[in-house]
Design a protein around this ligand. Structure first.
Ligand code: AMP
Length: 114
């Protein structure tokens, strides 16, 4: 697998504004925010796509989603709400082939997304 921009962020080659980190995940502000709060959460063990999670250990996947939920709480989004988005593949517009969850909040979000 070739290094993606998120591999470079994870090992410090590209700087980001980190909002949370533990042994499983790194969470940082999106460089091109689509909402007042827009944070990306990546697992430290790389999967390229959400589709791979069907074949990953469920404990690892569970810790990833627990961390996403915890980051949203840290960001103060629990009361007013937020959206978690994972783009999988070209039809969904996935640009970076490294699994990542978007946390979007701080404004009313339209449904369905375009
Ligand atoms: P996706 O379309 O789901 O693959 O989303 C990729 C996201 O990565 C986009 O929202 C980009 O704005 C974001 N992104 C790309 N490069 C960086 C970077 N250097 N720092 C933070 N976010 C980035």
């Amino acid at each position: 697998m070739n290094d993606t921009i998120f591999d470079k962020i994870l090992d410090g080659r590209i700087p980001v504004e980190t909002v949370y980190e533990n042994e499983d995940v790194l969470a940082f502000r999106d460089i091109n925010p689509k909402a007042p709060v827009h944070v990306l959460v990546i697992p430290k063990v790389r999967s390229e796509r959400f589709a791979e999670l069907a074949h990953r250990p469920v404990e690892e996947t569970g810790r990833f989603f627990a961390a996403v939920s915890g980051v949203a709480k840290i960001l103060g989004l629990n009361d007013k709400g937020y959206r978690v988005v994972i783009n999988n593949g070209p039809d969904a517009g996935q640009e970076v082939e490294y699994l990542h969850a978007h946390i979007l909040g701080g404004r009313t979000l339209n449904w369905p997304p375009g």
